[in-house]
Design a protein around this ligand. Structure first.
Ligand code: ARG
Length: 465
């Protein structure tokens, strides 16, 4: 293509080198924003007519032409041209081919600098709305599984060591609350992303009598830019989205880590569905939790994407610099990862079989009722520090015999407490019961059944609203 054919080619005598064209193009990734670009152009054309800058008839022709371009893109007949650099110039050029010279009026009062910002702001906002929807589905899956497993106990851990019994429902709902906070973050980020930059033009605003608010209204955006230089240079809304996406992936990855351990036969707490595991090419017995591993692996890439754009932005003076074209690559990658991970995790969770017998066995092996015994003798009058010590000796005794604390006799217990004037009676076994331990923790937000029921109710109300 000769220089004069490029939309910006007026002052150029020689054509761009092919190598440079390939180096500077963005159509290999920004065509993903074609819908946003066309919506934005239609809103701009309508506003130009309303302001009397073009006629209503011209605006109608432009909008109809843009719809034809949209149809061509969607039925795969539009050929993207690398020499036209990006999605914006490809669409505008094709529009002019279809509608003729009136197509050349579309870009009045607009620059690709505010146009590409508008497209990315809409794209980011649309992506965030999708994340919110997918995260909500995932929360519904956690709530469903929690509701099914309210009576099931497993060892709750600190330091990855068995600590105290908790209900499986409580454990699962911990994740539901994490993803609910993620949705709050998404909603806040979306509010800041969906602000219209149109009217900023290249950097300084424009001499045409534009009405940016009317474009924002047409595009159902929350407001318009306050400063033209800020808005064409700013990408912090993309950073916020990528941070939010990184936190979502981090939450997913922590659950993946648990599933990977739980699927190990030495834990055996879960059986993953065949659809969400794979086999080994050499070891016939293996059923690997690859999906969870890949999700954990992809999490690092989303952190990298955030660092990628932060680094691109740190040295850029105002206003638009072409470096900014690189903003879309990390965001689109994070978007794809977040969407597929949220969706796959919801399916994977629904397909999990929890193995209650294995969880119960693990409770016993871990002396998870030790705190209960210490608390019990403390309420009988032994100072807690002493109770802690005596319980430690009880655990050592049970361990030596290869039994649980609840298998020690009343004699054993009374012997251990002989320095204190207390008597341990049969009721101790009630306190040592794992289910009692959980039932007694009904403090708001605790693992007790009333607390868990309240959590379920609150989450279900929120899901329905
Ligand atoms: N493809 C460019 C981007 O994504 C569009 C803006 C280009 N503006 C310019 N003056 N070269 O950032």
């Amino acid at each position: 293509m000769t220089a004069q054919v490029k939309p910006w080619g007026g002052r150029f005598k020689e054509s761009t080198s092919k190598e440079v064209e390939a180096y500077t193009e963005s159509i290999s990734f920004d065509t993903k924003m074609y819908k946003q670009d066309i919506m934005g152009s239609k809103a701009h054309a309508k506003m130009l007519a309303k302001q009397g800058i073009i006629t209503q008839e011209e605006a109608n022709i432009l909008c109809k032409g843009l719809d034809s371009v949209l149809a061509e893109i969607e039925n795969g007949t539009l050929t993207w041209k690398q020499e036209l650099e990006d999605v914006h110039m490809n669409i505008e050029t094709r529009l002019t081919e279809i509608v003729g010279d009136v197509g050349k009026k579309l870009h009045t009062g607009r620059s690709r600098n505010d146009q590409c910002c508008l497209d990315l702001r809409l794209f980011t906002s649309d992506a965030l709305r999708e994340w919110s929807h997918l995260a909500k589905n995932l929360i519904a899956a956690f709530v469903h599984k929690a509701e099914e497993n309210q009576g099931v106990l497993l060892p709750g851990c600190t330091h990855m060591q068995p600590a105290q019994p908790v209900s499986l429902a409580h454990h699962l709902l911990a994740y539901a609350w994490m993803f609910k906070r993620d949705i709050e973050r998404i909603e806040q980020a979306e509010k800041r992303a969906r602000i219209s930059p149109l009217g900023a033009a290249a950097l300084a605003g424009t001499t045409y009598n534009l009405n940016p608010q009317s474009v924002a209204n047409t595009l159902e955006m929350y407001g318009v830019f306050k400063n033209s230089m800020d808005t064409v240079a700013d990408r912090d809304y993309v950073l916020e989205a990528m941070f939010t996406g990184s936190v979502i992936m981090m939450h997913l990855s922590r659950f993946c880590e648990e599933l990977i351990w739980w699927a190990n036969p030495q834990f055996g707490f879960v059986q993953l569905s065949d659809a969400h595991s794979t086999g080994s090419s050499i070891m016939p017995q293996k059923k690997n939790p690859d999906v969870a591993e890949i999700m954990r692996g992809k999490t690092g890439r989303t952190y990298g994407n955030l660092m990628n754009l932060l680094t691109t932005l740190k040295g850029l003076p105002l206003t638009y610099n072409r470096d900014l074209q690189e903003d879309k690559i990390p965001f689109m990658d994070t978007d794809k990862t977040v969407q597929s991970s949220l969706s796959i995790m919801a399916d994977m969770l629904m397909g999990i079989r929890f193995r209650v017998e294995k969880m119960e066995k693990a409770l016993k092996a871990g002396f998870l009722n030790a705190t209960e015994f210490a608390d019990y003798i403390t309420t009988k009058g032994i100072p807690f520090r002493e109770s802690h010590h005596i319980t430690g000796r009880a655990v050592a005794m049970a361990e030596e015999r290869g039994v649980g604390l609840e298998d020690l006799t009343l004699n054993d217990f009374n012997m251990l407490c002989k320095d204190y004037s207390i008597e341990i009676t049969d009721e101790v076994y009630v306190y040592l019961d794992y289910y009692t331990a959980v039932k007694r923790r009904n403090v708001s937000g605790g693992t007790g059944p009333i607390s868990v029921k309240n959590q379920l109710d609150e989450l279900k109300n929120w899901l329905e609203s």
